[in-house]
Write a protein that binds this ligand. Structure first.
Ligand SMILES: [Zn+2]
Length: 430
């Protein structure tokens, strides 16, 4: 099976951050990684691989080199959350003869494409089990809801642009009964007693499966490419490589779409505290190891849109299937600088892996990601890369099939290399 197909299968079974992290953890289990608990002492050995999760929605993993002769951390970080609609605690609104879910927008969702498509619910339920309170993964896996458009006849201006109101237009229809009871419904679907369902974190997600399209199936369209494409490709590269002289690190964080400032986000102490503990458990000096270390911040990039070339920077725009995108921003919303780009580009060139550059137009603000946020906690030589894609933050996003392989190969080249800082601006790659 092609890696692009495998990636879409991973995305299909990862409708929210909770499922994505469970699936990544399962991959690490199968590869023989040892699962650590934050609440327990770390006891680590050279040559072994480990992982731990926080909140069930962020994960860190590391592979300790057999020799560990020139210790450095070489990390790749991505995020597993995506813009969606989150169900409120009192989650049902009666409207005329119907019931709709009362939801709140999570992140910077592109509203229009959410209309008139089959939607389901996933996330986690928190339940009482005797004296215990436990979080359970939940995925309804049914066509459960639709956000119906208003007919063109009732809004003749709709095609000239329609401002969706999240508290009225975007609430999904779920029942013809005004008294629809969501808690009862969830308890039944999850096979638990209603009295034991204490709370939930549930999000709407599109039911449509990912698919390939185009003359040669050179494109793919899927839910959640931003950023599960990077979470997947970096995990594949992480699993297939080792740096025997150093420590390779895989990170996938929740809550990037809402600013990362949560217990499990890139702005938390999850990465810094874990790396400090790893260094201590291996008897290494954390600060001096950090000085030799590097991070790839992996999050997708905007490919040039065929209908809107005017949105591109004139000389730094990128295309699907043309390789890994290296993202620059003068104001450092991307962490790339000449030094980090040179280190990465030299690795790509050695393996003949295509790459391209992206900057925003000088009159467009553009987006940001977790790299610079994480750098405030764990300060490393960093750069921002990603897969070029269209329709970012739509429930179905489009990317190039071949770029999946380029991403894996490029991150493999990075993880397989050993990086050593010999003076403040002087790196040796081996
Ligand atoms: Zn992203």
């Amino acid at each position: 099976m092609s890696k692009a197909k495998e990636m879409m299968e991973f995305i299909e079974k990862s409708p929210t951050a909770f499922q994505a992290i469970a699936n990544i953890a399962e991959k690490f289990d199968k590869a023989g990684f040892v699962r650590l608990q934050e609440s327990e002492e770390f006891s680590l050995e050279k040559g072994k691989s480990y992982y731990l999760t926080r909140n069930g929605s962020s994960i860190l993993a590391f592979r300790v080199g057999e020799e560990l002769s020139e210790p450095s951390f070489k990390a790749a970080a991505s995020h597993c959350d995506c813009p969606a609609f989150k169900v409120k605690p009192n989650g049902v609104i009666a409207a005329e003869h119907y019931a709709r879910l009362n939801t709140e927008v999570y992140g910077g969702a592109l509203f229009t494409p959410w209309y008139d498509r089959p939607l389901s619910l996933a996330g986690r339920l928190v339940v009482r089990e005797g004296e215990k309170i436990s979080a359970k993964l939940f995925d309804l896996k049914k066509d459960f809801a639709v956000i119906p458009s208003l007919a063109i006849h009732m809004n003749r201006e709709a095609n000239q642009g329609f401002a969706s109101n999240p508290q009225s237009d975007l609430l999904p229809l779920v029942s013809e009964r005004k008294d629809f009871d969501l808690r009862k419904y969830l308890a039944k679907e999850a096979h638990i007693a209603e009295k034991d369902l204490l709370s939930y974190d549930l999000y709407l997600y599109p039911r449509q499966k990912g698919f390939f399209f185009g003359e040669k199936k050179e494109f793919l369209c899927s839910h959640h490419l931003d950023d599960l494409a990077c979470a997947y490709t970096s995990s594949e590269a992480f699993l297939s490589t080792k740096d025997e002289k150093g420590i390779n690190v895989y990170a996938c964080f929740d809550n990037e779409e809402v600013g990362s400032l949560t217990r499990q986000g890139a702005a938390s102490d999850f990465l810094s505290a874990t790396l400090e503990r790893v260094a201590a458990a291996l008897d290494l000096n954390y600060r001096s190891v950090l000085a030799h270390s590097m991070m790839l911040s992996c999050d997708n990039a905007h490919a040039a849109h065929p209908a809107h070339p005017e949105k591109n920077d004139p000389t730094n725009h990128c295309f699907m299937n043309q390789g890994i995108v290296i993202k620059y921003n003068a104001n450092q919303s991307y962490t790339t600088d000449a030094l980090s780009a040179a280190v990465f580009v030299s690795l790509l060139e050695k393996k003949k892996i295509p790459y391209q550059y992206f900057t925003n137009r000088s009159d467009l603000r553009g987006g940001s990601t977790l790299g610079n946020i994480s750098n405030g906690q764990v300060s490393l030589l960093s750069l921002d890369i990603g897969m070029p894609q269209l329709a970012m933050h739509s429930p179905m996003e489009t990317a190039g099939s071949r770029d999946v392989d380029y991403m894996i190969e490029g991150i493999e080249a990075y993880y397989a290399a050993h990086l050593q800082l010999t003076s403040d601006m002087n790196y040796v790659l081996s």
